[in-house]
Design a protein around this ligand. Structure first.
Ligand SMILES: Cc1cc2nc3c(=O)[nH]c(=O)nc-3n(C[C@H](O)[C@H](O)[C@H](O)COP(=O)(O)OP(=O)(O)OC[C@H]3O[C@@H](n4cnc5c(N)ncnc54)[C@H](O)[C@@H]3O)c2cc1C
Length: 477
């Protein structure tokens, strides 16, 4: 019956075109009831076996337009799920940094939208050497000489299933936003409060500008510091898990022209992705922007707590150099090309549940991770695939908690394992894992094995599982 209903709904109630799948905007100066929004859409919806009062369509408020929120929006369009995005910034983010996506993330993207996946090929870059297609990175010592004195030469890690691709974040966001209708997004809407009325199938969002909006449910895609996390974990009984935890490291991030990187580092060490490791440091460099630019993430590990009130703050160039005092001068010179800004890295090492009632978490708001496995954005795309897929099967708001429970069951173990293992890998890179020390050969062996569970994961099986768990649970609704 679910299939018949959803076919009827598609035929009579919801168009599959991007322009019409997103209903008129619902944000207004004062709260308007969800019922009035819903009645506009239920008018055209037949209900052969259920009374209109028993069945109502859903309208999702997506909070945040980062990679997670936008991927979810594209997934919702594909699955005919009505939504509005509320973003606190005045426009889509133009943050300048690189992002690498593994084969799992790219499969998720293709399953969400083959067009999006095809667009990604137009903006992504691989290693510059043609024979390093399947090389994720080459492991190096960060010490002076890059390990040459020990007889170390760059050692690749990767896998046949892996193809190196990275992109400029601005380019990735551009292709995502190109898929989302303009009228589906409201900017300058900082969510300050989310109030649920679970028995009415209504959630009310309050914004910093004094306005409110209603929706059937909220998906918090508002990042590591997102407000939605408290709305889920507080009432669910895990208030201690709300605050992000300092991961014991900060990063200097920059993009420099590839020609400059090759001049500073030497042509043999720039161009293809590299991972420089040493006591308390890990520096990743990789090509983006069709190989014309080099992305740099230089991590400094510390056992001190993060005490600065801001997560990003400017330091002196001397402080940067002091952080990398034992590192090869060429690498220090490359790091010094960046603005001397420290980014404190925080994560959500423990998240016991991803939803409460009609509010659900996705992306960094659920499982912010350290960057060592280059998987945070990838996880948010996987989340978007699974959540939009199950939301596409929801026919009544009363079924939403069952859909969120199925999503939680499928996504949380995998995403939390990413957070945990990323932290472990950071320690290994920084030569802090006693089992590996600074034995780069052993580390590379581990690297060639440790990513396979991430890259080879069967997302289509997850799609089937989330649907079947949901179908089982909805029987009890
Ligand atoms: C140094 C570093 C390197 C990384 N490298 C990689 C990599 O190579 N590969 C990879 O897969 N991942 C990587 N990541 C992780 C990746 O960047 C994140 O996992 C990903 O960007 C998270 O996306 P998101 O949409 O969940 O959150 P965000 O990108 O943080 O988006 C959140 C959005 O919500 C908005 N927002 C916040 N609060 C509110 C509010 N109250 N109301 C309305 N809107 C709000 C924000 O303005 C923002 O637009 C890296 C992370 C770091 C720190």
């Amino acid at each position: 019956m679910g299939i018949i209903l959803s076919r009827l709904r598609r035929l009579l109630g919801r168009s599959s075109s991007a322009e019409t799948a997103v209903p008129a905007q619902q944000q207004q100066p004062s709260a308007k009831s969800a019922e009035s929004v819903e009645s506009a859409t239920t008018a055209s919806k037949p209900s052969p076996t259920l009374s209109p009062a028993a069945k109502s369509p859903i309208h999702i408020a997506i909070v945040g337009s980062g990679i997670g929120g936008l991927s979810l929006a594209v997934g919702c369009l594909r699955n005919n799920v009505s939504f509005t995005i509320y973003e606190s910034a005045l426009q889509y983010s133009v943050i300048g940094a690189g992002v690498g996506l593994g084969p799992n993330a790219l499969r998720a993207m293709a399953l969400i939208s083959p067009e999006l996946r095809a667009l990604y090929d137009t903006i992504s870059s691989g290693n510059l050497s043609q024979d390093k297609l399947h090389v994720a990175m080459e492991a190096m010592y960060a010490e002076p000489g890059f390990g040459e004195k020990r007889g170390w030469t760059p050692q690749p890690f990767g896998a046949p299933c892996y193809e190196r691709t990275s992109a400029h974040r601005a380019d990735l966001l551009n292709i995502l936003t190109s898929q989302v209708p303009k009228n589906a997004v409201q900017f300058n809407k900082r969510v300050t409060n989310i109030k649920q009325f679970p028995n009415e199938g209504r959630v009310e969002l309050s914004f910093a500008d004094g306005t409110t909006a209603t929706a059937t449910a909220v998906i918090g895609c508002d990042g590591v510091k997102g407000a939605s996390r408290a709305v889920v974990l507080g009432p669910a009984g895990f208030p201690d898990e709300i605050a992000p935890v300092f991961a014991g490291k900060y990063a200097y991030r920059s993009i420099v022209p590839m020609a400059k990187a090759q001049e500073v580092l030497g042509a043999e060490y720039a161009g293809d992705a590299k991972c420089f490791n040493g006591p308390d440091v890990n520096v990743m460099t990789y090509p983006i922007s069709s190989g014309t630019e080099c992305n740099i993430v230089a991590c400094k590990f510390t056992d001190k707590p993060w005490t600065h009130p801001l997560w990003t703050h400017r330091v002196t160039e001397e402080e940067v150099r002091a952080d990398f005092a034992d590192v090869d001068d060429r690498l220090v010179a490359l790091i010094a090309c960046a603005e001397p800004v420290q980014w404190a890295l925080h994560h959500h090492i423990q998240t016991s549940v991803y939803y409460h009632g009609l509010v659900c978490l996705l992306g960094d708001s659920a499982h912010a991770t350290t960057p060592h496995q280059a998987s945070g954005a990838g996880m948010s795309i996987e989340d978007a695939l699974i959540l939009s897929h199950v939301l596409g099967a929801v026919e009544d708001w009363r079924e939403l908690p069952a859909a969120f429970a199925a999503y939680d069951e499928v996504r949380r173990p995998r995403a939390q394992k990413i957070v945990r293992t990323s932290q472990e890998l950071g320690a290994m890179y920084a030569c802090q894992d006693p089992q590996y020390g600074d034995n780069m050969g052993k580390i590379v062996k581990n690297l060639n094995e440790r990513f396979l569970w991430i890259w080879e994961h069967d997302l289509e099986a997850d799609m089937a599982t989330v649907r079947s768990r949901f179908q089982e649970a909805r029987k009890g609704v």
